[in-house]
Design a protein around this ligand. Structure first.
Ligand SMILES: [Zn+2]
Length: 366
């Protein structure tokens, strides 16, 4: 590895869902990332530190409608909560990406088109039980009592839609090979083991578009569909790194990229995202660090240290009793649920699934 590539360090937080109010969980992850980046800078690394907001999807569309706003107006308002909070906490991020930005729309569409052109995205149909708040299909085997979402406990709706699918199954052997050669690619080791054994059990093709909502990035060449919000959101890490617009920057920082993610979203980050990258001919990230554990829906949250041991004063806390931080600009409240994409966010990973995936016990992303 050439000298200059050893000296770069690219760290991302999850992008936080603008439908949420920032709270201690967002702050925890972002401060942890900030500390890591400041340390690397002190050690002489050329650091890129990215955070941002995830602004598409059904929940934003619904929430905006309830408030009598357009989704963009809602996002423009709520993104300020995050921007102001990071300023108040003196977070040293180099970039702040919003998934509604033009640079991101172009990147997502270019990637979608490339994968379509090379036969890795195809059109199909899916019918299944869907949780609107979690934006996730739930297999019958994973449903709660009375057809409820196993994560948020709300009633599921039967939905059918045409969808584009990403041929994720094709790349599983290559990702397994990558993980077998890179034992520290997912940390801690317990999560690495979980991901590897999940991959070995097989991964189904992923639905990557929706016709049931409008608030998203249009699929290139097919305006009836918008790109599924997870597929859209994961690409932010590449957008901000210049995947489309600045190949020099991209070449400099990729794959020296480290993603801090919550346990809930590790399959998106450690299965779907690396497979997307492999399909694009790009190396997967150097490190994926699922750091936080959230048992979801008002149950215990455990904040764990690097070796998986509860931190001394961060241990198990009730979500409802998280300490209230001072509220710069009135922005902070202890939230009921954290983000999509952050520690403890949308618990849509384990029991849910994307369209087109026949029920399976433990699908990659849902
Ligand atoms: Zn749900």
């Amino acid at each position: 590895m050439p000298e200059n590539s050893r000296k770069t360090f690219y760290l991302t937080t999850p992008i936080y869902y603008v439908n949420d109010t920032p709270h201690i969980g967002h702050a925890y992850t972002t401060i942890a990332a900030d500390v890591m980046c400041r340390y690397k800078r002190m050690k002489g690394y050329d650091v890129m530190f990215l955070t941002g907001t995830d602004e598409h999807g059904q929940k934003i569309q619904q929430s905006a409608r309830e408030k009598g706003l357009t989704p963009m107006e809602l996002a423009d308002r709520t993104v300020l909560n995050f921007r102001e909070l990071w300023e108040a906490l003196d977070i040293s991020n180099d970039d702040f990406i919003r998934t509604t930005e033009e640079r991101h729309t172009r990147t997502v569409q270019a990637i979608f088109r490339q994968l379509m052109d090379q036969g890795d995205i195809y059109k199909g149909k899916y019918e299944g039980w869907y949780c609107v708040p979690c934006e996730t299909y739930v297999p019958e085997s994973g449903m709660g009592d009375d057809k409820t979402c196993p994560d948020c406990k709300r009633p599921l709706q039967m939905m059918e839609e045409e969808s584009y699918f990403f041929r994720a199954s094709r790349y599983v052997p290559r990702l397994l090979e990558y993980y077998e050669k890179n034992l520290r690619a997912v940390m801690p080791r317990s999560r690495y083991n979980e991901i590897v054994s999940f991959l070995k059990s097989g991964v189904r093709d992923q639905s990557v578009s929706r016709t049931t909502l409008k608030w998203g990035i249009p699929v290139p060449g097919d305006d009836a569909h918008v790109v599924y919000v997870w597929f859209d959101a994961l690409i932010n890490y590449a957008t901000a790194c210049g995947y489309l617009d600045d190949r020099e920057k991209f070449g400099k920082f990729w794959p020296a990229v480290h993603h801090l993610v919550g346990k809930d979203i590790i399959r998106f980050h450690c299965v779907v995202w690396p497979i997307m990258l492999l399909a694009l001919g790009v190396n997967p990230p150097d490190r994926l660090r699922p750091r936080l554990v959230d048992r979801g829906g008002g149950q215990d949250v455990q904040v764990k240290g690097q070796r998986g041991k509860p931190l001394r004063d961060g241990g198990a806390v009730r979500q409802g009793r998280l300490p209230v931080l001072p509220a710069p600009g009135g922005a902070l409240r202890p939230g009921r649920r954290l983000l999509r994409g952050g520690p403890g966010g949308q618990n849509q990973l384990r029991p849910c699934q994307r369209p087109g995936q026949p029920p399976q016990q433990d699908p990659p992303d849902g």
